[in-house]
Design a protein around this ligand. Structure first.
Ligand SMILES: Nc1ncnc2c1ncn2[C@@H]1O[C@H](COP(=O)(O)OP(=O)(O)OP(=O)(O)O)[C@@H](O)[C@H]1O
Length: 229
């Protein structure tokens, strides 16, 4: 279980402190490929329910690929990933993960699809908390804006707000890929504190040392392999 200090009043779930239902995530000899190139090489990692793990490492070392594989956004060439004890492979596994795993992507490419901020927040499991969190994160004034008109930092805040709505609605795991990369200094501190307080299993890819320090453990990727610090 996570042992870091949790701020008393954050995050809120529509006026209440979030309780959550964290789930373990287990990687078993996971291999991911892009064609002939192997991006993730037999990675083993067990993240306990409620534990917060930072994944660091050089650019191109396989961090994002590993995270995306949990969601089924990248296929496994070998190995297995279990979320809450259930294998994450296959279509039915993916459907379950949509409910159990909150996701903050690294690169946001909504293109010109005419989706409004409020519609994205409305896709969270608990939309009320997502909208409240948008207020806490300073983007409540953007609800009627199409996603493609937002700045990188604004979009990142909107995805974080949606993820909070998913956790409040019962998702037990948060995967966040460089969630503070586009944020200003105040935003980086706010989000690091917010994630540290989350009642969820958290796997966060980050180059941000302050963010890594709020986690229980640091796992370092190097050329597709994982080393636990
Ligand atoms: N769509 C793709 N096609 C081919 N190779 C890819 C693709 N996406 C990533 N790769 C390669 O896979 C490897 C791992 O990429 P990945 O994005 O997982 O690294 P990362 O550790 O998250 O990097 P960064 O810190 O720069 O975000 C890199 O060598 C990258 O060039």
């Amino acid at each position: 279980m996570s042992n870091h200090k949790k701020p008393a009043a954050w995050p809120r779930a529509h006026g209440r402190i979030m309780t959550g239902s964290p789930q373990p995530v287990v990687f078993r000899r996971v291999v991911c490929r892009y064609g002939r190139s192997i991006a993730v090489k037999r990675v083993d990692l067990t993240v306990s329910a409620g534990e917060h793990v930072a994944v660091t490492g050089a650019n191109g070392s396989g961090k994002s690929t590993l995270l995306r594989a949990v969601l089924g956004l990248h296929p496994l060439a070998a190995g297995d990933i279990l979320v809450g004890g259930e294998s994450a492979n296959g279509t039915s596994g993916w459907m379950a993960r949509r409910r159990n795993v909150a996701w903050v992507p690294q690169r946001l490419t909504p293109g010109r699809f005419p989706l409004l901020v409020d519609e994205l927040l409305g896709s969270a499991i608990d939309c009320d908390v997502a909208r409240d969190s948008a207020g806490d994160l300073g983007v409540a004034g953007l609800l009627r804006r199409p996603l493609h008109t937002l700045s990188g930092g604004q979009l990142q805040r909107v995805f974080l707000a949606r993820a909070l709505g998913c956790i409040a609605g019962g998702a037990g795991v948060l995967l966040a890929d460089e969630p503070t990369a586009a944020l200003d200094f105040a935003g980086q501190e706010q989000v690091a504190a917010m994630l540290a307080a989350l009642p969820a299993t958290v796997i966060v890819v980050s180059h941000d040392r302050a963010m890594s320090r709020t986690c229980d453990r640091i796992a370092e990727m190097a050329a597709g392999r994982l080393r636990i610090a």
